[in-house]
Write a protein that binds this ligand. Structure first.
Ligand code: FE2
Ligand code: FE2
Length: 420
């Protein structure tokens, strides 16, 4: 069975046509004011998102790939002129910190939801917030006593949709009712499938969020096992559903969405390399729980904007062992799953952590989880950093090919679609 990810990597090329720019004129240290494309035979592929900041490694990769020219949207010609004459600005990280000192607090108290499930004209009895960059705005003010009907213009807003954590049960109720209602409508098979995947994803996210709050809850771990089973069955039955199970183009990084993405991608790669179902299950459980140890790391450090200090980095690194310690005595976790958790930051060269394992010491589940973990982190947006395109994230991981399993990387690229 081949999983085709073409949707993830296909971007609609600009309508106005393209202007060629020699690659050597791209500048490092400045945020790109436009998207950047390449022409691969007749196919146009986006390689950088607006807002990406290039460094010398990025330019080296382009050179290695023989990419001597890139293209930008014709409509962006004014910003191109400015960009080519621009001096490197000093980044004002300090300003951002002050503007959003409460940022990590807000994030911890809110839950990201999928906007596709907030349908126009439906009624909600919980408030909805919009997070874009460092700005959090209440866009729907509703309570159980004062439900509000969703207006369609609301859905045009850019950014993440969030609800307050206390309203998660109301949201779960909302999507359950929505599913009941839509079942009675005459939906196409395709829409039904997408809806089921969205529901599975949203329920997985709330469960993961609860588990990160109560990582030692045996009852929640049992539910995770069920969830992994559901996800596997869904993907085996309908490989295309991987796409709707992933949270893409999110505006921020959340450990629970990342965990689900890593689980889904690992399961996809397991299927791609034709692992047996039992092994895929054990891999999936380990991959979804790979960052559970972050539950014990202060959220001010996890959500910090900008560079971490050495001490903060050491604390973040502890999440691997902490995760293991939380789960080691849990009878519901297959022993093999711990390999995914313990080895997801190891690198084949021995430069990873926590053990600095080398080559064959890193087992299959660890190798798979390392690749998909890195891929998901690179393609995720942060408030201060535009996400890398799937194309360039894979290029970056391949550049470090001595650190990752080459064969698995090839299979992963195949699974993501024909991006090279
Ligand atoms: Fe991790
Ligand atoms: Fe991770």
């Amino acid at each position: 069975m081949a999983v085709n990810f073409k949707y993830v990597v296909t971007e609609i090329p600009p309508k106005e046509g393209l202007v060629m720019v020699p690659t050597e004129r791209l500048q490092t240290g400045i945020a790109l004011p436009f998207n950047v494309y390449i022409k691969d035979n007749t196919v146009i592929k986006k390689i950088f998102n607006k807002g990406n900041i290039l460094n010398s490694l990025f330019l080296e990769i382009l050179k290695d790939k023989g990419i001597n020219n890139v293209y930008i949207d014709k409509g962006e010609i004014k910003s191109l002129e400015l960009y080519l004459t621009q001096k490197k600005p000093k980044r004002k990280i300090q300003d951002i910190k002050i503007a959003y000192s409460n940022y990590s607090f807000f994030k911890e108290k809110h839950h990201q939801i999928d906007r596709k499930l907030i349908l126009p004209n439906s009624k909600v009895n919980f408030s909805i917030y919009n997070l874009k960059g460092f700005e959090l705005k209440k866009i729907v003010n509703a309570t159980i006593d004062n439900p509000v009907t969703i207006e369609s213009n609301l859905l045009e807003l850019d950014g993440d949709f969030l609800i307050e954590d206390k309203d998660i049960p109301l949201y779960e109720e909302y999507i359950k009712n929505l599913a009941e209602f839509l079942k009675k409508e005459n939906l196409s098979e395709e829409d039904k499938r997408i809806l089921n995947n969205l529901l599975l994803k949203e329920n997985s996210k709330t469960l993961m969020k609860e588990l990160l709050k109560e990582p030692r809850s045996g009852e929640k771990i049992k539910k995770v096992n069920e969830m992994v089973d559901n996800i596997i069955n869904q993907i085996i039955e309908e490989p295309e559903s991987i796409y709707s199970l992933l949270t893409l183009k999110g505006y921020d990084y959340y450990t629970y969405t990342h965990s689900i993405n890593v689980g889904v991608l690992a399961i996809g790669l397991g299927i791609q390399i034709k692992m047996d179902k039992d092994s895929i299950y054990k891999l999936g459980v380990g991959a979804i729980l790979h960052d559970l140890g972050k539950a014990d790391i202060p959220h001010e450090i996890l959500n910090k904007q900008g560079k971490l200090t050495d001490t903060e980095y050491q604390i973040i690194k502890q999440h691997v062992i902490r995760g293991y310690n939380i789960l080691e005595n849990n009878k519901d976790i297959p022993k093999e799953s711990f390999v995914a958790l313990l080895q997801h930051h190891e690198k084949l060269t021995g430069r990873g952590y926590p053990f600095g394992l080398k080559g064959d010491e890193i087992k299959l589940f660890g190798r798979i989880t390392a690749i998909v973990d890195c891929y998901d982190a690179l393609t995720t947006r942060r408030p201060y950093k535009a996400p890398l395109t799937p194309f360039f994230s894979l290029s970056l991981i391949s550049k470090e090919k001595e650190n990752y399993d080459r064969e698995l990387l090839k299979e992963f690229v195949k699974m993501l679609g024909n991006v090279r």
